[in-house]
Design a protein around this ligand. Structure first.
Ligand code: HSE
Length: 295
């Protein structure tokens, strides 16, 4: 059995819709070995899709097809720690686990860049699969079926407070509320800010993250789907956050702090006990700079 560790990820960072993402040190694990048929189970007995449409299985199968190796089936054991349908890259973690596991089983015929192209083709956009596979902060653009990207390591002094609500938000539903067209004014608003975020991570100077994470493309339309979301952004800034935004398509709200782990934990706890946040949890995370790794 081979075993792959895959990080969670937080996409968009506000303005970088479908482009920017950061890997986080909260991990899923995938064990995989060749077996005739489809045998999928979860390490902790939790309910997961066990058919051939399981995203880890179908993503692994795609790698066999691309490598032109006959595919007869797989045994997969998954351990899922990344909350499902909460904007923390759980689907991308499955895709990256599947493609990385299959590549490992086949003796690594594909480079990481080639695996990234396959993963982005499956996901449809690169902003979660790219950091999940490569680690760190990544800025990404699709050029036909190729992901053009830049990666920057994220310093340990940055803590990511993930505020996870008790309700799911399916990416398809969160995408359905976004208008199909934007004005030039709003496009400029977002592209200038996503450039600021990328420059911040490449330079290690984070004083512009608050402005950088403002957005006119998706957050104004998605926040009404996340009761309490705006309040968390407001309270995070009152408590000195460098940035606060909807993580990916939501429902998780993310705030970035540079005040130390203990202080970030205290702030997160206070925020959740200050309003109507029943059932919300928080994680205080660092970035993961390694990406998916075979253990
Ligand atoms: N960029 C994507 C979105 C991330 O915001 O819809 C979720 O897959």
């Amino acid at each position: 059995m081979i075993k792959i560790r895959i990080p969670a990820s937080t996409a968009n960072i506000g303005s970088g819709f479908d482009s920017l993402g950061i890997a986080l040190n909260l991990y899923n694990y995938v064990e995989m070995e060749p077996e005739e048929g489809c045998f999928i189970s979860s390490a902790d007995g939790s309910e997961i899709p066990t058919g051939e449409d399981n995203l880890i299985y179908s993503s692994a199968k795609k790698v066999f097809e691309k490598a032109k190796v006959p595919f007869t089936g797989l045994k997969i054991i998954e351990e899922n720690n990344v909350p499902f349908a909460r904007g923390l890259g759980s689907s991308s973690a499955c895709i990256v686990g599947g493609v990385s596991g299959a590549n490992e089983l086949l003796g690594n015929p594909f480079s990481k860049d080639e695996l990234l192209n396959i993963a982005a083709e499956i996901e449809g956009h690169p902003d979660n699969v790219s950091p999940a596979l490569l680690g760190g902060f990544t800025a990404n653009a699709m050029e036909e079926n190729k992901v053009c990207y830049v990666k920057a390591e994220v310093p340990e002094k940055l803590f990511f407070a993930a505020f996870v609500p008790p309700f799911e938000l399916k990416t398809a539903d969160a995408r359905a509320v976004i208008p199909k067209e934007v004005s030039v004014k709003d496009a400029v608003f977002n592209l200038s800010r996503s450039a600021l975020i990328t420059a911040s991570f490449l330079s290690g100077k984070f004083e512009n993250l608050k402005t950088g994470s403002e957005d006119k493309i998706h957050q104004p339309y998605r926040l009404p789907l996340i009761p309490g979301g705006s309040e968390i952004i407001e309270k995070s800034y009152e408590n000195g956050a460098l940035a606060a935004y909807i993580s990916g398509a939501g429902s998780t709200m993310m705030a970035i702090f540079d005040c130390g782990k203990e202080e970030a934990e205290k702030i997160a706890k206070n925020i959740l006990s200050s309003g109507d946040f029943e059932g919300w949890k928080y994680f205080i995370l660092n970035a993961d700079n390694s990406g998916a790794s075979a253990l």
